[in-house]
Design a protein around this ligand. Structure first.
Ligand code: J2J
Length: 569
């Protein structure tokens, strides 16, 4: 706990970055007084963990291991290297690395510099990265050389070309691995330099815990995806509350299976929560169940987090290879709705307790508790992680609370839920109520115990097994096709992903084939998970009473003409 933290003012003006909306001072005071916000920055936290747990293992990646002291030392070196390069406190840096321990090293290196990591996913391509870089005004971009048969240096060259002459130029690209002839900075060069910070005339004051610590990408509903500002205070609490709920301690070993920069993997309680508890983080180089099982046995992993599509693969691989999973205390499943039927089979099949997690990068995280009765664990997506999380379940039409137990839209406010998007335009205000509740766009029912069941969605988003697709973003790209006059992206049921995107188009002249549409979207630099699995051309769109494209009707029509591949087909 930082003894000065009570004196730190919150609100605009305290941060070097005016792009985000801080909590009102009255709430900030309350969160500090209750001990939720401790006044520690991530740079301070890592230093303290190194003092407390120095020789213990913090990180494992293949046969490479980092003690807490080594991780702390790496953060110093990287911070000094980034500073030599010309990066400064407050600079935003897009971080796009696969599951490698270096993600954690550089994340803390950026924190030590006071720079702000912007979490990108490995699947993101030019459209997403250029948008992230522009919206955040990123000065830096960190990539791996190659991963999963994709050359990130080519992507970085494109983005750098677009952004280097912008008002807020992208100045530096760092490559983990071989920069080849890209001309970019090599990560090892940064890492292997002296740990001393070169003193400069403009030596920046240290960031405070009320400052912006990182930016996460929202799933998006309208327009282009937005950036979520997270402060040190709020994000550290996000991880700590998760660690307390999961009772993490120094003997815990967390396996990062999902992308490490995903909020779920990184801080719920994930990587940060495990480090806070003095435990060990093991990085899985790929999400396959065979890899996970091998690492669980080798490293005696105690907990991990999955998305629902992985669950049947775990069942199948378990039946085949019968691994020893006895070290696992629990497995978290979240990011999309886990079918009750799979939830019920989870523990009988794998012999491991299940924890459902329903969270969002915007803040609120719900967890089923480790001692909850089976019925709650198998049919709900948990209850809020903090006693200070405020929940309202309302009629989306008028915002009035629905009767207890009835479905309604979830609105929430609390010590780790944002009050506004980063550098948001006026349309983003619609995501919040006048009294600062975030409108999640999720339809839930709340039980008397406080547990929430996710029953649907009012936002125009498709959840492809945990990967979120903002329909309007893809529609914008579809409309750029010369033959397309109208476009709608809708979610259709999918056996593997739960839900998958389908595009419905009204075209002028001969309609493009599905393959042409997908190639066109790829050419525009869209991530593969956003590409429609199905493309249908129609003469006219069904319209609602107010003249909008009726996506409910479209979804019904698509479902009615689904190609069934089951035994009854
Ligand atoms: C149904 N829908 C869910 C669940 C998320 C932990 C866990 C997940 C995320 C995440 C996260 C769901 N059942 N169990 O950041 O820290 C849908 C909801 C929600 C949206 C948020 C974390 N868990 N969802 O998924 O920002 O629609 O965060 O509003 O990517 O995912 O997506 P995202």
């Amino acid at each position: 706990m930082n003894p000065d933290h009570e004196d730190q003012p919150a609100g605009p003006g305290t941060t070097v970055d005016p792009g985000w909306v801080a909590w009102p001072e009255t709430d900030a005071r309350r969160y500090r007084a209750a001990g939720f916000w401790t006044g520690d920055t991530f740079a301070d936290l890592l230093r303290r963990w190194a003092q407390q747990h120095g020789g213990r293992t913090a990180l494992v990646d293949g046969d490479r291991r980092w003690t807490y002291r080594q991780l702390d030392d790496a953060a110093d070196r990287i911070s000094a290297g980034l500073r030599r390069l010309g990066l400064r406190r407050g600079d935003r840096v897009v971080l796009q690395l696969p599951n490698r321990a270096e993600f954690v090293e550089i994340w803390f290196g950026l924190q030590r510099l006071g720079a702000v990591p912007v979490h990108a996913m490995p699947g993101h391509r030019r459209a997403e990265i250029a948008h992230l870089a522009a919206l955040s005004g990123a000065a830096g971009y960190v990539v791996a050389d190659r991963h999963a048969r994709f050359d990130y240096r080519t992507l970085a060259t494109q983005v750098y070309g677009e952004r280097r002459t912008a008002d807020e130029p992208l100045r530096h690209v760092v490559v983990l691995g071989d920069p080849a002839d890209s001309g970019f900075t090599s990560y090892s060069g940064l890492h292997d330099g002296p740990p001393e910070q070169p003193a400069t005339a403009d030596d920046d004051p240290r960031p405070t815990a009320a400052d912006l610590a990182l930016l996460l990408l929202s799933g998006g509903t309208t327009g282009l995806p937005k950036l979520i500002p997270r402060s040190h205070d709020d994000y550290a609490y996000n991880a700590r509350s998760g660690a307390e709920i999961c009772r993490l301690g120094p003997d815990d070993v967390y396996l990062a299976v999902l992308p490490i920069g995903f909020n779920f993997t990184f801080a719920c309680p994930g990587v940060l929560g495990t480090l806070m508890a003095g435990g060990t983080v093991v990085v899985a180089p790929n999400p396959s169940p065979a890899t996970a099982f091998r690492l669980i046995e080798q490293e005696r992993v105690t907990c991990t987090a999955l998305n629902p599509p992985l669950v049947p693969y775990w069942f199948a691989e378990y039946a085949d290879s019968r691994p020893d999973l006895s070290s696992l205390r629990f497995v978290q499943v979240g990011s999309a709705r886990l079918a009750d039927e799979l939830a019920r089979r989870f523990t009988p099949t794998l012999g491991v307790p299940l924890q459902q997690v329903y969270g969002m990068a915007e803040g609120l995280i719900n967890y089923t508790r480790l001692d909850d009765p089976d019925e709650l664990v198998c049919t709900t997506q948990g209850r809020p992680g903090s006693p200070a999380d405020e929940i309202r379940v309302v009629d989306p039409a008028d915002g009035r609370p629905v009767p207890p137990g009835e479905p309604g839209e979830l609105h929430t406010r609390g010590p780790y839920t944002l009050r506004g998007y980063y550098r948001a335009d006026a349309s983003a205000a619609a995501s919040f109520t006048p009294d600062g509740f975030y409108r999640t766009g999720d339809l839930v029912r709340q039980l008397p115990s406080g547990h929430l069941t996710v029953v649907g969605r009012v936002k125009d988003q498709i959840n492809r097994g945990g990967e979120k697709i903002a329909a309007t973003e893809v529609e914008g790209h579809l409309l750029a096709h010369p033959a397309v006059r109208q476009a709608a992206l809708v979610g259709v049921p999918d056996e593997q992903w739960g839900e998958a995107p389908a595009a419905v188009l009204v075209c002028a002249g001969p309609p493009p084939t599905a393959a042409e549409v997908v190639a066109f979207l790829r050419g525009r630099g869209l991530a593969a998970y956003k590409l429609p699995d199905r493309v249908e051309c129609v003469d006219a769109m069904p319209l609602t009473a107010v003249g909008k494209i009726d996506k409910k009707v479209l979804a019904q029509r698509l479902a009615a003409t689904m190609v069934t591949t089951g035994p009854d087909a």
